[in-house]
Structure formats: C-alpha cells, structure tokens
Design a protein around this ligand. Structure first.
Ligand code: NAD
Length: 526
C-alpha cells in the first residue's frame, strides 16, 4: 500500500482563471471543492443560482446559430482538434481529475483516452450519421422523401462526480457536432476537470460562448436548466434520474438518462480462471468500484467456484491502494464521506445477515481518510442491501450457481439493467448467454472496456438503469430533430374531374399493386 504522496495542488491562479468562465449574474456563495486524497480544500467555485443558469443558456443560444450554420466538416475538424488538445495537456488533466476525484492515475488516464476516442469517432463518422438521407417515397416515381437532421438548439448536461472529465465532455461532443450549444452542470464535488476541459474545447476552436458551465448544487439548478434547454442529458443516480425525467416531461423536452446498476458477471464452467480473475478484479475495483459498469455480483459455476474464489481473493489483496499522482497505485480513494458511509453500511448489513468477508471490509485511514479496502463477500443472502442495492464502492459478492441457467436467472433478478459480462472458453456459448441477460450492454471474456471503447456501438441501460443511449449513431441523433421533406410530381389529392369514389378505388388498386410488388399480399391475391 502506498502512503500519502500528493505533491501538487491546484494553484490559486488556476482556480481563479477557471472560475472566470462561469456566468454569475451577481456575487455568489462559494462552494468548497475538497481533495479526497487528503480531505483538504482544493479550491472554490461559485454556487450558481437559477439566474446564472438563465444567463448561461442565453449565451449558449446566442452562439449556437452561427455554429449550426457552419459546414458540418468544419465542426468535425474542430472535434478532431479536441483530441489533440486533450493529449497535449494530458498530465495536467490527469492531475486535476485525480486531485478532485481521488482516483488512481490509471483510472484518470482512461477518462482522457475516452474523450480522444469519442471526439475522433464523431469527427469521422458523425457527418455521415446526420447527412440528409433519401427515404422511400409513398409512391415510387411519383413522390420522394428526404430525412434531414437539425440541431435541437441548446443541450443541458447534468453529470456525476465519478468520471468528471469524460462524462462532462464525451457526452457533449456529439451534441456539438450536430450543431448545438451546451450548458454543463458538473457535480458539486468535481467541477475543475470540466472547467479545464471546456477551456481546451475553446482552444481547439469551439466558439467561446457556445459551451457554458454552471457550478453548484443540483436542487436549485436542475429545474431552471431543464426548463430553458431543448434536450437534457443526465448521468447519475436512478433517484435523481426520476426527478430529471419528470422535469423533462413537464417541459416537453427529450432526455437521455444514464443511471445506476447492479451489474453481474457470470463465470461458466469452461472459463479460463486466471483470465476471468484478472478481468473481474479490474472490473470490480476500477475507480474503487465507483463505476456505473463495474461488477458488484459475480455468479460462478459451482465446479470452478473454489478455484475462482481463492484466486480472486489473492488478486484483490495484491492491489495497491494509494494517494499519489503517478501510475503506481492500482486503486484510489472514495470520493467523500457520503460514499464511505454507504460502503460501510452495506458491508455491516452483509455481516449482520451472515455473509463472510473473505478480504477487505475496512477503512484504510493509514493510506488516506476516505480509502476503503477491496472487499469480497461470500454467502451473501439475497435480501442483503449489498445484494440488491447499488453499493458504488469496492465491494463485490461471489456466489456459486448450478449452471448457466441459474446464473442468468440470478443476474436478471434486479430492477437494474446496465451491464454484464460472461467468461467462458467458448465465445459462441458466451454470446448466447450474454443475449439472455437483460442489460443494455454485455461483454464476453472482457470486463467492460471493449464495450465502452466501441464508440460505434450504442451504450446505455434498461429498466432502472435508464433511458437512451450514448455512442454510435443513436448517441448523436438524439441531439437532433429530424425533418422529413417529401416532394410529389403532382398533389396527391383528387382531381376535380374525378369523383371521390373513383379516386378511392384507384388508390386502393395502387396500394394493392404495391403490396403485391413488395410480396406483402396474401398468396391467394398474387
Ligand atoms: P446524483 O444523482 O447524486 O448526481 C448526479 C448529478 O445530478 C450531479 O451533478 C447533481 O448535482 C445533480 N442533481 C442532484 N439533484 C438534482 C436535481 N434535483 N435536479 C437536477 N440535478 C440534480 O449521482 P452521483 O452520486 O453524482 O453519481 C453516482 C451515480 O451515477 C451512480 O448511481 C452511478 O451508477 C451513476 N452513473 C451512471 C452512469 C451510466 O452511464 N449509466 C455513469 C456514471 C455514473
């Protein structure tokens, strides 16, 4: 385990410069941002108020029409420069993400690469996704139809603390490519990553006022933001997601909601155990378990359960906890006291209900005030809090199952439906099992990275894990309104000289002929 080694902090000048971007109608109270590694003050940002949100949205709206009027190729080029800017400033960004998020450098590094991959993907593929598309007209040769995609206007983004860089920026990039403006409300714990990243967007060529950041608490800012924007992207807990969804409904705007999970991994009897252990230890403790797609439940075929458990516990114990701004430690800190208390409550409840804590199960104040050991629970009863509710910490339960059928049944025994993984020596079998798990995404023989980094494929949850998708065409088209323009050679209305009855009979004949041509009429009619 690595002791406290946080040598750098945000300078006063940096904090002051970053604060300048935030619209404030008048002076505002300060919101103190703490460094989880030390629980000391990192800096302050204004606790914005509803009037600041109104100001931010009107600035973004004023800049949006010029941006939307630019050729999409120009917007795509700027997106590509976003990737360049992120890579050119990588070490400063990683420092900020670590200092306010408390995560390991490797976890921060994954955030940075995600932005680069997403920016490059939408720069390359985005223009095709939103290009006008010719559709089948109602009647061939007589009518045509073309689908166009216009920006919705200004997109509001409300983001959580666990991936403060990537969730703030990666979800915004397709909105910008589509020609929208954006107003971002980062989590109150982690505003600095977003603020620095938005500065870099401007350096990459994004017009200055197009992207606005309002810092502060969710409760006073959510309603004014959602009432003023044209679309809301929310990532966070299921509880807040419900509030956001009802506000979006009230204001009749569309929303995507990326929410919590209780993700399960399944280890089949033919899995390579060392590989599954390597993948799932990372998949359970990445970002100290504060990752929406990390695993909190592992179901293992009983024939390989003992072997898997022994190796998993050994690998969990080998992880290095540490507070340092280098690539040494594997696992960082929890974000704050609220998260530490949740984790402790879930483990205490598990213990009370008879679960065995195979390893972990305690704070590590010797490493930092908010560190918690990677923890493995076995014999966890199905009604324990850690079995049903999202812990969002470094706690995973391992449970033996009779076969793949029971594993799938147990994996699906939750209201959440975000992500899953299946481990097997037979990938065809793995894919079949994965298709039976009721989640928005699943991996075979990988924890989550191959799925997340497949930016061409949609990612999101079902059930209590949310609505809508990020990545791929869906992740871009949600930020557009489609307009269909159809053209007819002659109006499709009865001519004055043709009686309505004759017109109706002629139309029916045409539809019958079309159905026959398309192979849709009953066989007797063909
Ligand atoms: P949270 O719901 O507490 O907060 C998320 C954001 O919502 C913050 O910016 C917060 O200020 C804001 N907010 C709070 N109350 C609000 C209100 N009334 N109106 C509008 N906004 C409000 O979530 P959190 O604790 O920051 O994040 C952890 C949760 O996020 C976990 O459940 C995790 O699974 C989930 N998450 C999901 C994904 C995904 O892609 N599905 C990704 C990351 C995190």
């Amino acid at each position: 385990m690595t002791g406290l080694n946080v040598s750098s902090s945000l300078s006063e000048q940096t904090v002051e410069r970053l604060q300048e971007q935030i619209p404030r109608v008048t002076d505002r109270d300060s919101l103190v941002v703490r460094c989880p590694f030390t629980d000391s003050e990192l800096g302050t940002v204004p606790a914005c108020q509803p009037a600041d949100v109104t100001e931010a949205v009107s600035r973004a709206r004023a800049a949006q029409s010029e941006w939307a009027g630019r050729p999409v190729a120009e917007r795509a080029e700027i997106l590509q420069s976003v990737g360049d800017e992120m890579l050119a400033n990588d070490s400063e960004l990683l420092d900020i993400v670590q200092l306010e998020g408390g995560k390991s450098r490797l976890d921060a590094h994954a955030e940075l690469l995600d932005i680069v991959l997403t920016a490059d993907y939408y720069a390359r593929q985005g223009p095709d996704h939103i290009a006008p598309t010719r559709k089948n007209g109602a009647f061939p040769l007589v009518t045509t139809a073309v689908e166009h995609h216009d920006p919705v206007g200004v997109v509001g983004l409300i983001e959580p603390w666990n991936y403060p860089l990537t969730l703030a920026i990666s979800d915004m990039l397709p909105a910008l490519l589509a020609g929208n403006g954006a107003v971002l409300k980062p989590a109150e714990d982690t505003p600095f990553s977003a603020l620095r990243a938005v500065e870099l967007l401007v350096e990459a060529g994004v017009p200055e006022d197009l992207v606005q950041v309002v810092t502060g608490y969710g409760e006073p800012l959510g309603e004014p933001l959602i009432s003023a924007v044209d679309y809301v992207t929310f990532t966070g807990s299921t509880g807040t997601g419900r509030t956001v969804a009802s506000l979006a409904g009230e204001h009749l705007i569309d929303a995507s909601l990326e929410l919590g999970g209780k993700n399960a991994a399944i280890v089949l009897d033919d899995a390579d155990i060392p590989t599954a252990v390597r993948g799932l230890v990372h998949g359970s403790y990445a970002n100290a378990g504060q990752l929406c797609i990390s695993f909190e439940r592992i179901f293992v075929d009983e024939t390989v359960y003992d072997e898997f458990c022994a190796q998993f516990v050994e690998a969990a114990e080998a992880l290095e906890l540490g507070a340092s701004l280098d690539f040494g430690p594997d696992v960082g800190s929890l974000i704050g006291k609220h998260q530490l208390e949740t984790v402790e409550a879930h483990v205490a409840d598990a213990r009370e209900r008879g679960a065995t804590v195979e390893t972990g199960g305690r704070r590590r104040t010797d490493v930092g005030p908010l560190f918690y050991e990677p923890t493995v629970l076995t014999d966890l009863p199905g009604d324990a809090t850690a079995a049903c509710e999202e812990t969002f910490g470094p706690v995973v339960s391992i449970t033996p199952v009779a076969d793949a059928d029971e594993a799938v049944e147990r994996a699906n025994d939750t209201d959440y439906g975000l992500h899953a993984s299946v481990w097997t020596g037979d990938t065809a079998r793995g894919k079949t099992v994965a298709r039976r798990i009721e989640t928005g995404t699943a991996c075979v023989n990988d924890a989550y990275l191959s799925m997340w980094a497949s930016t061409d494929a949609p990612m999101g949850g079902v059930g209590d894990s949310g609505i809508g998708r990020r990545h791929g065409a869906e992740g871009l088209l949600k930020y557009t309104e489609s307009q269909t323009v159809s053209t007819a050679r002659d109006p499709l209305v009865p001519m004055p000289s043709v009686p309505n009855r004759l017109w109706a009979a002629g139309s029916t004949l045409t539809v019958r002929a079309l159905r026959r041509l398309r192979g849709l009429s009953p066989l007797s009619e063909r």
